[in-house]
Design a protein around this ligand. Sequence first.
Ligand SMILES: Cc1ncc(COP(=O)(O)O)c(C=O)c1O
Length: 493
Amino acid sequence: MAVVVMAINLRNPVSLDPENVEDFRDLAHLMVDDIVDYIAGLSDRPVWQPITDQEKNSFNQPIPLQPQGEASAYQDFKDNVFYQPMGNLHPRFWGWVMGNGVPLAAFADLFASIMNPNLGGGDHVANYVERQVVDWCKQIVGFPSDASGLLVSGGSMANFIGLAVARNTMAGFDVRNKGIAAAPAKLTVYASSETHSSNYKTVEQLGIGKDWMRFIPVDRNFSMNIDLLEEAIAADKAAGYQPVCIIGNAGTTNTGAFDNLNDIADIAERENVWFHVDGAFGALARLSPKYGHITAGMERADSLAFDLHKWMYLPMGVACILIRNFEDHINTFAVSPDYLSHMPRGLAGGDHAWYGDLGIELSRSFRALKVWLTFKAYGIDHFARQIEQDIDHAKYLALLVEQQPNLELLDSVPLNIVCFRYLPEEGFEGEINELNREIMLRLHERGLAVPSYTRLNSNFALRVSITNHRSKPADFEYLVEKVIEIGEEILGA
Ligand SMILES: Cc1ncc(COP(=O)(O)O)c(C=O)c1O
């Protein structure tokens, strides 16, 4: 007994709550002021700046064993982190596909952390917020109200969940217990050659193997050649393989191209194959009265993945996966150890499925809150207008590019992505791809603008992907001016 008493130290209790509430309140007010000032002055800052060696060294410190204090740690954050952003919140950031954040949603994230619920399960209000958000998401993309759905960390995870359900539902044997090695025939998956890498990453991780993913060539508009899709399925069936899933693109990463989703849905129905749509950003175009028709057929998918941190502009870490049939969804992921069993009443009760049974994550953050608060505050019609504005900006940039003899448009701009390049005068003997790469690097390094890059038909393209609610027409005029200026500077050097 004496030994136990010595080992337990209850005389000097410790906690991680603020020692002095008023000091903490002052610090919290300062943080809010810093945030609001920062957002207000955004466009005066460079889009991105390289991090110096000295700055990198500030992250090479010994582990802090002793407290430095809240205010002092916050000052370090301001000195070394806060003013060195990736840049995707700036009006002239158009790299890859990234939303630029909604300030109100950031405060929702703060409240999500303060409330700190775990949305793996249980009967508490956060689950009802997520359920509400998933229901709204179904309405946005035209899915039936009894479909199943889940919020996840991003488009890659949304594709993963959709394709895992596809595999387990269509394999025709008990994949969960027997494992993929028990498959009587090789499973095959189909997607266009333009499909996002997260889809084949998933096919690899699901044990199907990338060699069994058929990358169907695209037409000139970068959408899947439907005849070749049909031929590939027929050939695989004739060879004794088992087609399980076709992935349709609703907005490809390279150019924003859409596959003909109605044709794919018809083929999937006829061939008894799952139809998954990767609509990471393009699915949200459905909100636009002017451009929404481009998504036709998407609503027929068995599963549909889309991000909310891309074209809903929300802070990172939220996407949605919808599965048409709830049973298919829960049968893929539900587990029932004693410590997670549902109770008839109390915190472990509730009349809803637990979200931990609909995906990989058990402990799940309250990512639904930022969606709920933002949708309510600004209204879906505002998002529709915002998305339309991005597409209109893309069309405007395409016009600006076409007006310049030294610029060449490299795609037809079906949505919000513009790919173009600088073309020097006749007689230029250098490498045009190398020249454009250098233009892009200088744009980044000088903090002028951040387009990203891709290759279209082997041409290095400056790729401007517009999911940015802060951009204005003048930002695109500036980009064109700077590309030409830097091009001439390199040629004149
Ligand atoms: C078409 C498409 N699918 C999936 C993804 C992956 O999404 P995330 O980066 O949110 O994981 C992306 C990312 O840009 C994308 O463009």
